[in-house]
Design a protein around this ligand. Sequence first.
Ligand code: KG4
Ligand code: ZN
Length: 348
Amino acid sequence: MVCILAIETSCDETAAAVVRDRHIESNVIASQISAHEPFGGVVPEVASRAHLQNINGVIATAMAEAHCDWAAIDAIAVTCAPGLVGSLLIGVTAAKTLAMVHHKPLVGIHHLEGHLYASYLAEPTLKPPFLCLLVSGGHTSLIGVYGCGQYQLFGQTRDDAAGEAYDKVARLLGLGYPGGPVMDRLAQSGNPDAFTLPEGNISLANGKVHPYDSSFSGLKTAVARLVSQLRDTHGENLPVADIAASFQKAVAHALTKRAIAAAVDHGFTTLAIGGGVAANSGLRQHLTAAATPLGIRLIFPPLRLCTDNAAMIGCAAADHLRQGERSPLSLGAKSRLSLLELGQLYGR
Ligand code: KG4
Ligand code: ZN
């Protein structure tokens, strides 16, 4: 058994958790949504300040809720890339300080690897290989998982992430931030066939379409054009539910088509979904309808593990520690780092 105190501050949630292997002892999240809401999106400077304010309390609560003392902790884990560098720095500095003071190993974790590990928390007996569709506010990727730190990137977005597209379209419709949950709710009472929207295909030089890569910025532009046309005819009385439902259908269909193609082409029989957009009801319906007849098993971790949290970071760190990997105290925060380069966090 490996017991980890994990810290996650890559974007707008200040989070700490105590994880024993794949079991969660505590999972504390201080959300900053209300701080960013007036700006319609995450403001990096506001995020850094809020992390600074929240971090000590969140860590203390995670330790208290786990009934844990420092002697029981085997290592301190922290998200160190990718993300907002000012936000990451708060978590990394806290983790390094605790590692130094309590003489514990430090394990830096790649944020996307953390999201992949939410599936292990949901299904502790899950074994690689499996395919993961990671859909969050910052990422849209199809990743083959072959073991701890062993990943293959099959596809990704060429521009906006799926969650980012949700947030931008919601903003366009004046629905506030974050846009995904409210759009999802509205979509359930709208007509998904009301408007035809593009699914963001990537054309290749040979005239074919990329099987796994996607683009969501064109979809956002198509919605902007549609909204402006509708304003001309309807004024401000827009059919918002129908727009949300049509948008949701386009996104869900685009993601499902590519994820299922990658699973079939590469022989994966398990598809795990991660990131905040995994909560989306349209995506869940489309994936279930496509995967069931093919015998592909779907794993949808509970929502509190799909969105940013520190338990998933601790779960990933437990595996790295078991492999003998740890990070130097010189570990820095990086705004960008490919999942395929995470070995550099352990001096590989
Ligand atoms: O994984 P996450 O918490 O943060 C990142 O690492 O980005 O994901 C947040 C994203 C936001 O863009 C939010 O709008 C989206 O997930 N989201 C949803 C839903 N719930 C959250 N998108 C669509 N449908 C939802 N139900
Ligand atoms: Zn995330």
